[in-house]
Design a protein around this ligand. Structure first.
Ligand SMILES: Cc1ncc(COP(=O)(O)O)c(C=O)c1O
Length: 394
């Protein structure tokens, strides 16, 4: 039996690789999980009540594009959060952003661009679904360094015009996973202008938009509106997984141009898995409420203050501007993750599991990614162990 060639170069996903690295060895202490970006703060208090009130919804096929109530709630949230007015015809409900980031590429990327194979741009390191989406549509993934030298965001403008002219989709993640960098208004405007110049779409993954240190990150939709860009240029992806601590709800949305959204809706009517009606009801309540988001943000502020106190003197340490990961410099990420596990029982991910080798250089090699999702107490214990194991100089 044959398998598709196009996925043959996909590495195993980060977590099976982590298990293969660590699990043959015993933990060196009680285990503290700082590897998976699974939020652990309390979920909103109203989830059970809304689910219970909408249980009958499991008896009907769900609304493919989203219920009117959910689309209106999302529209209201975009208005309050970014000051943008987006018609509900520009919104599509998703089972979380991961599948949306993948499926939007299927719906929107043409087969050829300027006579050549399409190119998908993505930061390196990056959230791995972007590469799978490129391969699925027969596009060439181009991994663009997002390192300390580039402010931990990709500098797409530095690519040759020949490459940029073949781009159909450029992914951007802000706040970025894993580096925590936030694209400023100017940077977003520059990227949108670059997309206009070379006629491609920007897919902006903003699923960490509500987790930040000093100020709420600007959104690509508001910047697109400010500079009068064509709404078809920019598609933003949002999720309740991080904002509302509901990763198991599988609920998010994409907002973009009405025509693009029409294409996404059409394809999903054939092949998508619509979000069950009771879950859409929970999502509606979640987008309509900010109190639980603020409570969760306050907990993240405390954790990042803690991290600053523990790592402030470590050379190269920076407090990430957004998201809930530390991206810590080490000589070798795999060796550091293994040492941490065998000496202390703390589980973190080697940075290279989120990045690709390009020209013999892997920009994630000298990092570990540490998720600050555990309880405050476990986070403190975990961070102290990481500090003492990898950075202490006696
Ligand atoms: C950068 C980034 N994008 C998208 C996702 C997908 O999240 P979800 O599908 O739960 O919305 C994640 C989840 O970890 C992520 O880190």
């Amino acid at each position: 039996m044959q398998f598709p060639e196009r996925f043959s170069n996909l590495p195993d996903y980060a977590f099976p690789r982590l298990r293969a690295l660590l699990d043959p060895h015993p933990a060196g202490g009680d285990v503290i999980h700082m590897s998976i970006g699974e939020p652990k703060h309390p979920m909103p208090p109203f989830v059970a009540e809304v689910m219970a009130a909408n249980l009958n919804g499991f008896g009907i096929y769900p609304a493919n594009d989203g219920t009117a109530a959910l689309l209106t709630a999302i529209q209201g949230w975009l208005g309050r959060r970014y000051g943008v007015e987006v018609g509900t015809d520009r919104l599509m409900v998703l089972n979380g952003t991961r599948e949306g980031l993948f499926n939007a590429a299927l719906a929107l990327s043409p087969e050829r661009k300027n006579g050549g194979q399409p190119v998908f741009l993505m930061p390196n390191p990056f959230y791995q679904v972007y590469a799978a989406a490129a391969l699925a549509v027969g596009a060439e993934p181009v991994y663009v360094p997002a390192t300390a030298d580039t402010g931990f965001l990709p500098d797409y403008a530095a690519l040759p015009a020949e490459v940029l002219d073949r781009v159909t989709v450029a992914y951007l993640c802000s706040p970025a996973n894993p580096q925590g960098a936030i694209a400023s208004r100017d940077r977003l405007a520059d990227m949108i202008r670059l997309a206009e110049k070379h006629d491609f779409r920007l897919f902006v993954d903003e699923c960490y938009s509500e987790i930040w240190r000093d100020a709420p990150p600007p959104g690509a939709l508001e910047v697109a509106a400010e500079i009068g860009a064509d709404p078809e240029r920019v598609f933003v992806f949002h999720s309740l997984s991080k904002r509302s601590n509901l990763p198991g709800l599988r609920s998010g949305f994409v907002a973009g141009g009405a025509e693009g959204i029409r294409h996404i809706r059409k394809l999903r009517a054939f092949s998508g898995a619509p979000v069950p009606a009771p879950l859409q009801a929970v999502a509606t309540a979640a987008w309509n409420d900010e109190a639980h988001v603020q409570a969760s943000l306050a907990l993240y502020h405390q954790k990042f203050d803690l991290a600053q106190r523990i790592f402030g003197n470590v050379p190269g340490y920076r407090t990430p501007e957004g998201g809930f990961f530390l991206w810590l410099p080490v000589p070798d990420g795999e060796a550091a993750a293994l040492k941490l596990w065998t000496d202390t029982g703390v589980r973190v991910v080697p940075g290279a599991y989120f990045s690709r080798d390009v020209g013999g250089v892997n920009p994630g090699h000298g990092y570990i990614r540490v998720a600050l999702v555990a309880s405050h107490d476990d986070t403190r214990r975990g961070l102290e162990r990481i500090h003492d194991c990898l950075y202490r100089k006696d």
